[in-house]
Design a protein around this ligand. Structure first.
Ligand code: PMP
Length: 305
C-alpha cells in the first residue's frame, strides 16, 4: 500500500529538508527501540490534499514523547511539526499519502537514555499511498498466544517503537497460522487490540470496544465513537472476553492505515453472517465521507494549501 521512495524523494531530518538518500543516521540510532512515532494519512479531496486529524496525531506524538521522558517539547513545537508534514506533501507532490514522524535518540549504547550528549533526533517521512479502490475483504483474526503486558509493564498509551515488538511477534504467529491479523489478549484474557488497530464489536446494534487500559488511544477509535454518537448508535467501552467477540453480530478494526476494516472470522469462528455487517458498512461510509471532505467535520481536515 505504501510506495517506496525514489531518489528525488525529500524527507525532513532535524530541521532540514533533504533528499532521501542523504538522510543518514549513525548505527547506534534507534537502539533498544527507544523512540516514538506517528502514522498520519493524507487524502485527496475536492479542495486538494488534506491531512486527516493532524492536530490530534501531533498531540499524541508529544504525549508519547512525554510518557517516555523524551524532551521533544523542549526542541520543537507541535505547529512546527504540523507545518513540516504539510510541506513534505507539497515538496513530494503527494496526494493520497502516509506520513510518519518519528522521534528517537542517536547514540544509546548504555541503557541510560538521559545521559548527557545524547541527541534527540526528529524525522518525518511522507510516502505515496496506493489506490484506495481495492476490493473489500473481511479479515480473519486469531487470538495471540502472547499476552499483552499490563499498563504497569509497558506503556501502551505511548506510540512507542518497542511496544511493537509484541505486536509483530504475535502478528507473525497469527499469519503463520493462516490469519490476517492477531487479537492480543491481556493477562486476564480480555481483548486489547490488534497488531496495529483497535477493535470494536457490534451487539444488538450497539458498539462495544475495549477500555483504554493497555491499548493505544486510537484516533480512528475516537472518530468512530463520535460518528456513532452522531448516527444515534450507542457505544461504550467494556471488558470483552473472546467469547463476547465470537458471539458478536459484527466485528471491525479501526486504525489510520486500516480505516474501518470488517472482521469476518475470529479463531475459525464465523462472525455474524460472515460478511461486512450493516453497522460496520454505515460507519465505513461516514468515515469515507469525513476523510474526503464530504462530511460535517471540516475541522478534521488540514488542507496543505
Ligand atoms: N493500536 C495500535 C497498536 C496501533 O498501532 C494503531 C495504529 N496507530 C492503533 C491502535 C489505531 O490508532 P489510530 O486510529 O490512531 O491509527
Amino acid at each position: 500500500m505504501i510506495a517506496e521512495p525514489d531518489e528525488q524523494h525529500v524527507v525532513w531530518l532535524d530541521g532540514e529538508y533533504r533528499p532521501w538518500r542523504d538522510a543518514r543516521l549513525p548505527l547506534t540510532a534507534h537502539h533498544y527501540g527507544f523512540g516514538v512515532f506517528e502514522g498520519v494519512r493524507a487524502y485527496s479531496t475536492a479542495a486538494g490534499t488534506a491531512l486527516f486529524r493532524l492536530t490530534e496525531h501531533t498531540a499524541r506524538l508529544f504525549r508519547s514523547a512525554k510518557i517516555l521522558g523524551m524532551p521533544l517539547a523542549e526542541r520543537w513545537a507541535p505547529a512546527q511539526l504540523d507545518d513540516v508534514q504539510c510541506e513534505l506533501l507539497r515538496r513530494n507532490e503527494l496526494r493520497d499519502a502516509y506520513v510518519r514522524p518519528f522521534v528517537f535518540y542517536d547514540g544509546i549504547l548504555g541503557m541510560r537514555p538521559s545521559v548527557e550528549g545524547l541527541r534527540l533526533r526528529v524525522a518525518v517521512l511522507a510516502l505515496a499511498w496506493g489506490s484506495r479502490a481495492k476490493p473489500l475483504r473481511g479479515l480473519r483474526l486469531r487470538c495471540g498466544a502472547l499476552t499483552r503486558a499490563g499498563s504497569n509493564a509497558m506503556l501502551f498509551k505511548a506510540k512507542a517503537n518497542a511496544n511493537y515488538l509484541s505486536s509483530m511477534l504475535a502478528l507473525q504467529d497469527a499469519q503463520a497460522a493462516g490469519a490476517d491479523d492477531v487479537l492480543l489478549l491481556d493477562a486476564g484474557g480480555y481483548a486489547t487490540e490488534a497488531s496495529g488497530a483497535n477493535i470494536f464489536a457490534v451487539r444488538r446494534g450497539q458498539l462495544l470496544t475495549p477500555m483504554l487500559e493497555s491499548v493505544l488511544e486510537g484516533i480512528t477509535r475516537d472518530t468512530v465513537l463520535q460518528l456513532a454518537a452522531e448516527a444515534g448508535i450507542t457505544a461504550s467501552a467494556a471488558r470483552l472476553t473472546r467469547e463476547d467477540l465470537y458471539t458478536a453480530d459484527e466485528l471491525f478494526l479501526t486504525g489510520t492505515a486500516s480505516e474501518i476494516a470488517p472482521v469476518v472470522e475470529l479463531d475459525g469462528r464465523r462472525i455474524g453472517c460472515g460478511e461486512t455487517g450493516e453497522v460496520t458498512a454505515q460507519l465505513r461510509a461516514a468515515y469515507a465521507a469525513e476523510v474526503t471532505g464530504k462530511g460535517r467535520h471540516v475541522d478534521w481536515l488540514q488542507h496543505i494549501g
